[in-house]
Design a protein. Sequence first.
Lengths: 113, 111
Amino acid sequence: DTAVSQTPKYLVTQMGNDKSIKCEQNLGHDTMYWYKQDSKKFLKIMFSYNNKELIINETVPNRFSPKSPDKAHLNLHINSLELGDSAVYFCASSPLRGAGELFFGEGSRLTVL
Amino acid sequence: QKEVEQDPGPLSVPEGAIVSLNCTYSNSAFQYFMWYRQYSRKGPELLMYTYSSGNKEDGRFTAQVDKSSKYISLFIRDSQPSDSATYLCGMSEDSNYQLIWGAGTKLIIKP
């Protein structure tokens, strides 16, 4: 049974479109994250939610909007996609609010044409 | 200067060799240090977690923290082709703070 699952795994879309990525964790963790990993493998935190409350909102264009309907789910909606949005987006969860062990999903690879 | 520096590699070594992966950092307040392993097209997974200074060993893996030099290392003994992956270091001042990540080192173990 997958601990952190993301869908879809692959998205290929045109510039200007809107897309969503969904994430679910069955670990009972209170904290969930969205990370962006570029082609050079650098992980950049985007958002963090603790028990449905937004606690981290890094400098991310407001075309990116997270939503946490409950503590087990965290979705990411991206409006007006740009070429530079192409990356792998990882969802993660943690039992702690901060630097505890992070459990990552397998990633959603977004390609914007 | 980045807060955490890590050589991206790739680092290519023969099977059975001892591998040393390193990160340096500038923030002397970091106390929590982690190593994550990421296989191709997978998410990172926690490999080693150390608090403050010292060594921690787990099987073929040893994590070392030298806070006086602001330097952390991950050693892999008897390296195997299955160890081929990208290794990311992450560190934080406090368990309630977010991890600051290195860029990751790509490791290739040749059979």
